[in-house]
Write a protein that binds this ligand. Sequence first.
Ligand code: IMP
Length: 197
Amino acid sequence: MRKLIEKQIVLATHNIGKVKEMQTILAPFGVTVLSADDLKLSEPEENGKTFIENARIKAVSAAKEANMPALADDSGLCVHALDNRPGIYSARYNEPKKNGFMYAMERLNAELGDTKDRSAHFSCAVVIAWPDGDTEEFEGRVDGRLCWPAKGKNGFGYDPMFVPDGFDLSFAELPAEEKNKISHRARALKKFTDTCL
Ligand code: IMP
């Protein structure tokens, strides 16, 4: 497993919600985190078939373009009664309405109809890539259930309709520190920090 010697990395994401969460999680390790927006990096086409493939595409492209180690995450919500949809299409599920995530959440809820099985999980793949093309890859997941109506104002994306196992509050009702202890992203990043830092 390759260690991260460099103390500056770029996050290969333009999603401000993810940038904030990852900066918070990585801050204690003394790693300076730049965003893809800071460096005006291009956005490669995410044409992978899995979270890992998409994270690898983003990390490898950003590391080459920025000429520094790049960390990418690809994540999404997998609803068990819907054959794990929207999965890698979680962000795209909100199109054509890009303002807020109410459209995607209503769409999911409508697809579920009166299905009793509301179980779901968030999945996250984290890939660190170096400019030479080398990568290390990690995955994390958090299980829970979908609630309706959606509730809470914190977080982003599908957080208001996801209640993690062991809690009654949605991810959007939990304080950020609580979500960051148990989330799919926190778990994948913990594997990254345990291994590479
Ligand atoms: P990506 O940028 O292609 O990885 O998009 C992931 C999408 O999955 C996001 O835009 C959200 O819709 C959803 N998602 C991933 N992680 C979370 C989370 O922690 N909370 C809520 N939604 C999430």
